[in-house]
Design a protein around this ligand. Structure first.
Ligand SMILES: [Zn+2]
Ligand SMILES: [Zn+2]
Ligand SMILES: [Zn+2]
Ligand SMILES: [Zn+2]
Ligand SMILES: [Zn+2]
Length: 420
């Protein structure tokens, strides 16, 4: 596909795109000389970016071929500062959590057109290799494996094996035409059965026959699509495009513009009429708005059963910030805050959360990530009203403007006018 290569080329920073299949997988830091062995030290690499350079890559777990992504930005940052491509923000703490005033942090995300294109191209590249793998798996006749349940050895197509599991043992792993990395998937299932773990609900049982009985009775002889581990094995997950970061949809700002025609519609916001009274606060879970935080909180309590003060009472200021940004991000991308299930419309998500009592703040491991320091909506009034139990004086948490051409202006904006 020539056209795609063209896009990749026009995206490159002058050097040829590095081949990801190099035997050596040492990846250099985006900013310094340190190198890290991939994929083993991936998390160390990301922690280093944050702790040493205060850089967070948004939705890093969704980036296809991360090595190539980093390769691109290593070139990109050779003669460019983080500011030129990143959203910047001030927090009152050092990366290790020590309080400190006005510390600057960077978010690299698909808000930047190059980054958006890059992520898209890498997804395409990965999809092509996944489809090739899939093609191999559904046509290769040299597969052979003993059944997970009986002693039969099935030889031939992988679909014959899956068919046997289904026909003879009613175990549903999915239709072969929708699956990829089938061998690995079967290995996982086998491991679950060996460790007496239910495939669907992941409960552990005391012996094989109790497990079998449970899986049969409960209808758990199938894969649970809500367990993220399995995402990898379903082709459909390689096709969806996720545009998560949200600069493009300033819903609150847009809706405000619809309400009343604003006289100065040019790009320069006039920060002088920044006024707490006029800021409409939007519910974390629906589109309802309130003019003050306490009525918003009672709305969340009455309509969604979430007592915001209660569920966040033991949390630090910055953890609350992360929660607000996490919940907003999930709702924006139409995923349940609690179980991460994806929906097509806001209404169906909302129905699901209501029926399943899934209104809430989600698990700590989901929201306690540095990327959620950065606002999902840049004009999110709720962020300004979270109180810091440890600090009596004013707290600054403002996204700086991240439109590239205006970065210099953002630098010079007076902080005083943001402080509440
Ligand atoms: Zn470094
Ligand atoms: Zn069998
Ligand atoms: Zn179960
Ligand atoms: Zn609501
Ligand atoms: Zn849910």
């Amino acid at each position: 596909m020539e056209s795609k290569n063209e896009i990749i080329n026009s995206l490159s920073f002058g050097k040829e795109a590095k081949e990801s299949k190099n035997s050596k997988k040492d990846i250099q830091c985006l900013k310094c000389e340190r190198t890290f062995e991939f994929p083993k030290e991936k998390d160390v690499y990301l922690a280093h970016l944050y702790l040493t350079h205060r850089l967070v890559i948004s939705d890093v777990q969704d980036i296809a071929i991360l090595e190539d992504y980093l390769g691109y930005w290593i070139e990109g940052f050779k003669d460019h500062e983080f500011e030129e491509y990143c959203t910047t923000m001030l927090l009152d703490q050092l990366p290790d959590g020590t309080p400190s005033k006005n510390e600057k942090y960077y978010l690299l995300s698909d808000i930047v057109p190059q980054d958006y294109e890059l992520r898209k191209n890498l997804r395409t590249k990965r999809l092509e290799s996944i489809l090739a793998q899939h093609q191999f798996e559904i046509t290769d006749r040299n597969f052979t494996k003993e059944c997970l349940y009986c002693r039969d050895v099935i030889t031939g197509l992988r679909s014959d094996y899956l068919e046997h599991l289904f026909q003879k043992h009613f175990l549903q792993l999915g239709r072969p035409e929708n699956l990829v990395f089938i061998d690995e998937l079967i290995d996982i299932v086998q491991k679950n059965l060996e460790t007496l773990k239910c495939l669907y609900c992941e409960k552990i049982f005391k012996d094989r026959s109790t497990l079998k009985e449970h899986m049969r009775k409960k209808g758990h002889k199938k894969i649970n699509p809500n367990i993220q581990l399995y995402d990898k094995y379903f082709l459909v997950n390689y096709k969806t495009e996720k545009a998560k970061h949200v600069k493009t949809m300033q819903s609150q700002a847009e809706e405000k513009e619809d309400e009343k025609l604003e006289p100065n519609s040019d790009q320069e916001e006039d920060w002088s009429d920044w006024d707490e009274e006029t800021v409409q606060l939007t519910c974390l879970f629906c589109k309802s708005k309130s003019s003050d935080f306490s009525s918003l909180k009672s709305h969340m309590m009455i309509d969604h059963g979430v007592n915001f003060d209660e569920v966040t009472k033991d949390l630090t200021f910055y953890q609350k910030i992360k929660i607000v940004n996490y919940v907003r991000r999930q709702i924006h991308i139409l995923r349940c805050v609690i179980c991460d299930e994806k929906f097509e419309t806001f209404e169906s998500l909302s129905d699901h959360m209501k029926i399943e009592s899934h209104f809430g703040i989600g698990e700590k491991k989901e929201w306690d990530k540095a990327e959620f320091f950065f606002p999902t909506y840049e004009d999110d009034g709720v962020l300004c009203l979270l109180d810091d139990p440890n600090e009596k004086d004013e707290v600054v948490i403002i996204p700086e403007d991240n439109r590239l051409e205006r970065n210099k202006d953002a630098e010079s904006l007076s902080l005083e006018s943001f402080q509440l």
